[in-house]
Write a protein that binds this ligand. Structure first.
Ligand SMILES: Cc1ncc(COP(=O)(O)O)c(C=O)c1O
Length: 373
């Protein structure tokens, strides 16, 4: 496969920001005014392409980009799509589900949660029961790829239950959208969030919501904040093609280029193939050295993998991390609450050859530190 060149920064085996192509970075090198016709056309094109990536049509679904990191868009959905007298049900099996609950608590949004262990995918029957038992619940939220562990939650099955129960459905697909196929309508999704610097391989600076138009139009008066008011942001974009407040112009230009490169790679399917190959090479190599994954393989997605710390007292994560970093490889600390783990991401502009190089560096680092997994 053709490898789009990157600058010679260290490859990032992280959940983001990620390694990006040189051509994506080069697309930043312009100063377009936010009211410039060219820029407005870029924003329109991005919005249309995002809806298409979700397998939908503009008019049925709308893309609403928002300034800030992914959490800002999650906060926008949570604070502007729950009715004033409504209640959110959050399905939790990791840190990002817990963060959604914190956002609701801070924003004064009534919320209840159904929590599963971090190594277990959501139990759909339990969600169905929670909805049957509490009529006050108006909205349901779940994380698609819980980046805490790398587990993939069954968003289509949950969507079917939520739709049957007549509630509004929100999916945080931050670390999966663009690399794990999602059909918005088939999954019954009303709102989905992702950001520029994940699997679409742009640079940080904005996030986006894909909203079912009819659901969004029904949220008049729900917003609890001004800058994160999702309906107002969409109306602003519809009115004159502009963001309400200063847009991250350079990031949007880079993102348009990133979307081109996603298409050139064969779209979501093509990207999924590369990431899956990265994942398979990584896991086979790590197992051969004696490392074990936190999740059982059938629950593990190909986005990011959590590996357990070796029990050997000669292992220290800080030293392991620093030695790899000194050799030019950036891995990531763990986030699992009940097990010591570190994480290795398979996403961004990295290829199997990069993963093999990383595996070689891990082998050398193990030998130098003298531990055995
Ligand atoms: C599933 C998920 N949700 C939310 C976030 C938060 O995104 P951000 O750090 O861009 O605010 C992340 C970040 O990795 C994530 O993976």
């Amino acid at each position: 496969m053709h490898r789009t060149p990157t600058y010679r920064d260290k490859p990032l085996f992280t959940p983001g920001p990620l390694t990006t192509s040189r051509t994506v970075k080069q697309a930043l090198l312009r100063d377009l005014g936010s009211r410039d016709h060219e820029f407005i056309a870029v924003v329109r094109e991005i919005r249309e392409r995002l809806v298409a990536l979700g397998g939908a049509q503009v008019g049925t679904y709308e893309a609403v980009p928002l300034q800030g990191s992914g959490t800002f868009a999650i906060e926008a959905v949570l604070t502007s799509t729950v009715p004033r007298d409504g209640k959110m049900l959050i399905i939790i099996n990791g840190a990002y589900g817990r963060r959604m609950r914190t956002i609701c608590d801070v924003g004064g949004i009534a919320c209840t949660a159904i929590e599963f262990p971090e190594d277990c995918a959501t139990d759909v029957a339990a969600v169905q029961q929670a909805l049957a038992e509490d009529d006050a619940i108006t909205n349901v939220a779940v994380v698609h790829c819980e980046t805490t562990t790398g587990i993939i939650n069954p968003i289509a099955d949950i969507g079917a239950v939520v739709r049957r129960a007549g509630r509004t459905y929100f999916v945080d697909a931050m670390s999966s959208f663009g690399a794990v196929p999602v059909d918005l309508a088939a999954c019954g999704i009303d709102y989905l969030v992702s950001s520029a610097n994940k699997c679409i391989e742009g640079v940080p600076g904005f996030a986006f919501v894909l909203a079912r138009r009819d659901a969004l139009l029904a949220t008049e008066g729900y917003a609890r904040t001004l800058s994160l008011d999702l309906l107002a942001q969409w109306r602003g974009l519809e009115k004159n093609g502009q963001f309400r407040f200063t847009p991250p112009t350079h990031t949007l230009l880079a993102f348009r280029q990133a979307l081109e490169e996603l298409e050139a790679e064969g779209g979501v399917e093509g990207r999924a193939r590369r990431y899956r190959a990265n994942y398979e090479t990584l896991v086979a190599g790590m197992r051969a050295m004696g490392f074990t994954e936190y999740l059982p393989p059938e629950r593990q997605g190909y986005i990011i993998t959590s590996f357990r710390y070796p029990e050997d007292p000669k292992f220290s994560f800080d030293e392991f991390y620093n030695r790899l970093n000194d050799r030019g490889y950036v891995i990531y600390p763990g986030k699992v609450s009940d097990a010591d783990c570190f994480r290795i991401g398979n996403i961004g502009r990295i290829f199997e050859a990069d993963v093999r190089d990383l595996l070689g560096a891990i082998r050398d680092t193990m030998d130098a530190m003298g531990f055995k997994p």
